[in-house]
Write a protein that binds this ligand. Structure first.
Ligand code: AMP
Ligand code: MG
Length: 320
């Protein structure tokens, strides 16, 4: 899913600034490096010890999820093992992986194939998770050969199989959101009712910030430090952004980035960024990636709100 290397999306830095600017005396604020990015925890309205214990448990849980879902690094896990199985061999996946995969395939279906959790081989070929990122694209032949057939991950009873060697699970478009959801759940189990977990600009918030709502900034994809919108939110809200500025390189004057069209195997070029509000961070994460690839999919749940910046820099939609 993520390489262990440090990447600091500018959106995160900006959101951090906003959160810091709003911090009151009863905030506890901690930052951890997880899932290839800085994850920022803000807990409001409880004493320091209680907040720190809760944050520590939430961070442990998010680390566990990263280890469970990642396709990078040397540590074995069930996802990496699945990707090595011969085609058409039914495999049992851990319940949690099965659950997230089921959601991913549902979003794949609703988005008309724009979201595809089987692009692991293609993503490794492009190498956007390497540090430094590659300087030029792979050859067109290599890309064509790495594109998996669509819907190549199937259920087989309670098990799963891949129909083709090119199908390799990659939860990079959804697992960060799932980890944020689990982190919030752990905070709640520790009695926390007012908090934000912000993983590189992808966040879920609960409760409020004292008597006020939480204030969130959505970054401008082409102006570091610039904002497209500021939102005042409370309750339980998840907001995730996919952008062509997160991992990219410029080759011969053209931008190549990490969100790929499953049809062509090349970076999707319709948008600069898509920001989604949805009932969970997992859904917001999957849909922000899906809508980046195709802003007008066949089905989009009415609970999935979209604001996007198209290729020409025009803003469409709003989140409130
Ligand atoms: P995000 O930043 O959430 O939009 O996710 C991008 C990551 O998801 C990439 O780094 C890949 O690991 C993976 N990915 C790229 N293209 C797609 C796609 N079309 N569908 C699902 N996952 C993708
Ligand atoms: Mg995503």
């Amino acid at each position: 899913m993520y390489s262990p290397l440090l990447r600091l999306p500018r959106s995160l830095l900006f959101t951090l600034l906003l959160l810091t600017a709003c911090s009151g005396p009863s905030d506890v604020h901690e930052t951890r490096f997880l899932m290839g990015t800085l994850v920022d925890y803000t807990v409001s309205g409880v004493d320091q010890d209680k907040a720190e214990q809760a944050i520590s448990a939430a961070a442990d849980e998010m680390q566990r999820i990263e280890d469970t879902f990642t396709i990078y690094g040397d540590q074995p896990n069930a996802v990496k093992a699945f990707n090595k199985e011969p085609p058409n061999t039914p495999v049992t996946l851990p319940d949690e992986v099965s659950y997230v995969l089921g959601i991913a395939l549902h979003v794949q279906q609703q988005s008309g194939g724009a979201f595809d959790p089987a692009l692991g081989g293609l993503n490794l070929l492009w190498g956007f998770s390497l540090d430094p990122p590659p300087a030029s694209p792979p050859s067109a032949d290599a890309i064509r050969a790495a594109v998996p057939p669509s819907h190549c991950i199937r259920r087989s009873g309670a098990q799963w199989l891949r129909t083709d060697r090119r199908c390799q699970l990659d939860f990079g478009g959804i697992a960060k959101g799932y980890a944020i959801d689990r982190g919030i759940e752990v905070l709640r189990q520790h009695g926390i009712t007012n908090a934000i977990i912000n993983a590189g600009g992808d966040l879920r918030l609960i409760g409020s910030h004292g008597k006020r709502p939480w204030r969130i900034g959505i970054r401008d994809p082409r102006k570091p430090g610039g904002v497209l919108a500021e939102l005042d939110l409370k309750g339980d809200k998840s907001i995730v952004t996919s952008g062509d500025y997160e991992r990219f390189f410029i080759y011969q004057g053209k931008r190549y980035h990490h969100i790929l069209s499953p049809k062509t195997g090349w970076p999707a070029m319709q948008n600069q960024s898509t920001t989604v509000m949805a009932p969970s961070a997992m859904l917001a994460d999957a849909w922000s990636t899906a809508l980046f690839v195709n802003a007008t999919p066949p089905e989009r749940p009415s609970s999935v709100l979209l604001m996007r910046v198209d290729k020409a820099g025009h803003i469409h939609g709003k989140l409130q």
